[in-house]
Design a protein. Structure first.
Lengths: 268, 184
């Protein structure tokens, strides 16, 4: 690139006043001695003025358009979710129709999930009985369950985020995890409050496992190395934390819906 | 909107808070629309692209890490979606038809005081630029984004942005000069 071209590529930023002082001085010094470049600068100034719009396209749309725009986005999202559900059903059907092995494996997996669910329900019941009438009454209260449900929901979001963070190649800048670490400290504070309430044994154990992971995660730098991130991810996978938290979140969502229905159905 | 407030809003969206998502849409919908229009030069297509971009944001918000500003990420999505739309249209109709359909009887980016021929020439020249040069002109000049932000959206250096802008403007000037010579 010639000296003139190196100066010319700065012209637009120069005209906008966006050049740093030193760069601006270089351009000024060159223009003082180069008539061709001075003429080129004027040509760019004129053309940029010609190209500039009087009204933006957004300004050309009426107020009603913008009032309805967010609803339009939401309709597309809802339509997409419905389409995704249909797609899953259709693809499962075709998968089972074609492949007996898949059918058998899927059936076995469903039975295993059913038994797991049964075990969780039975496992929780003794804990509730042992807690006593007062704490059962406390456990019956919606806020505590909602709090635990919220805790698991936020934990799930955080674990999904951490699992999906890409390790940058060596030499590249690591992602900044300030936000995630802030969230993990909030979760640790919330877990301390939850543990003062009557909580079923299974959830208490899961919260303890989360605390361990969150403490380790809060302790690493906000721009961790690839190895540090890998250690965190390994902990998530080896303890199957994401699956456990998802199951817990689902069960608390079900419990809170049942509670809401029960409370709503009570006669005064 | 302060960065910390926006981070909180994004976190709420990731948790499935629809109200927070609506606030983000309302905040950025016009900017997204203007960028989309710069590429597709059609109000219906711009609406389509802008709305689909927000759907993409909703679906991918979990993977947004906050390394760049949210609006940079959004504008990158809008730019890519706009370019995809142009590629789809290119397969069915010619570039010339896009410009003709866009210009005749419709509002456009350029000054209403300019004569029709100059406006047609400017739009034709813009749409005939190579993709990257066109993207830089649209983002930097027509939408007023900074060189740094354009570089982040297009994933190139600021030097590259300046070079493409310079070459894009130069090419447009020479095309318009040629078209005016043909007319005379």
């Amino acid at each position: 690139m010639s000296v003139h071209e190196k100066i010319a590529v700065q012209f637009y930023d120069y005209l906008q006043g966006d050049l740093p002082a030193e760069a601006r001085r270089s351009v000024d010094d060159h223009l003082a001695t180069c008539g061709d470049c001075s003429r080129e600068l004027e040509s760019v100034r004129e053309f940029a003025g010609l190209l500039r719009p009087e009204r933006t396209p957004a300004e050309e749309r009426g107020g009603d358009f913008w009032l309805n725009f967010p609803a339009g986005v939401e309709r597309r999202i809802s339509g997409g979710e419905k389409k995704r559900s249909v797609g899953i059903v259709e693809s499962l059907y075709s998968l089972f129709a074609l492949n007996k092995k898949v059918t058998v494996s899927f059936s076995v997996a469903m039975v295993a999930l059913f038994l797991l669910g049964l075990w969780m329900v039975n496992f929780e019941k003794p804990a509730e009985k042992a807690a006593g009438p007062a704490s059962v009454a406390a456990a019956d209260s919606i806020p505590v369950d909602a709090r635990i449900g919220n805790y698991f929901r936020k934990s799930k979001t955080l674990l999904v985020g951490l699992s999906n963070i890409e390790t940058p190649p060596a030499g590249d800048v690591s992602p900044n995890l300030d936000l995630e670490q802030g969230i993990s400290r909030e979760l640790m504070a919330e877990s301390r409050k939850i543990r003062r309430e009557p909580v079923d044994i299974r959830s208490a154990e899961l919260i303890k496992e989360m605390d361990k992971l969150l403490a380790e995660f809060s302790g690493i730098p906000s721009r961790p190395s690839g190895q540090e991130m890998e250690n965190i991810r390994r902990q998530i996978y080896s303890q199957n934390l994401l699956f456990k938290v998802r199951m817990a979140e689902t069960s608390f969502r079900t419990v809170s819906r049942q509670e809401s229905a029960r409370v709503g159905g009570r006669t005064p | 909107m302060k960065t910390a407030d926006e981070q909180q809003l994004i976190f709420r969206v990731r948790e499935g808070d629809h109200q927070a998502f609506r606030m983000l849409v309302e905040r950025y919908m016009k900017y997204a629309y203007n960028i989309a229009y710069g590429f597709v030069n059609d109000h219906d297509d711009a609406e389509d692209v802008a709305q689909e971009s927000f759907v993409k944001v909703y679906e991918s918000i979990g993977s947004f890490r906050g390394d760049a500003a949210f609006n940079t990420w959004l504008y990158r999505i809008v730019t890519n979606m706009s370019l995809n739309r142009l590629r789809q249209k290119k397969n069915s109709i010619t570039n010339m038809s896009i410009v003709e359909n866009a210009v005749v009887g419709k509002n456009d980016f350029f000054s209403a005081q300019q004569n029709m021929e100059t406006r047609q020439a400017l739009e034709k020249a813009l749409h005939e630029l190579p993709t990257l040069q066109r993207a830089v002109v649209i983002l930097r000049h027509l939408n007023g984004l900074s060189t740094r932000q354009v570089g982040e959206i297009l994933r190139c250096s600021e030097g590259t942005v300046k070079t493409h802008l310079h070459r894009g403007i130069k090419k447009m000037k020479s095309k318009i000069g040629f078209l005016e010579y043909e007319r005379s």
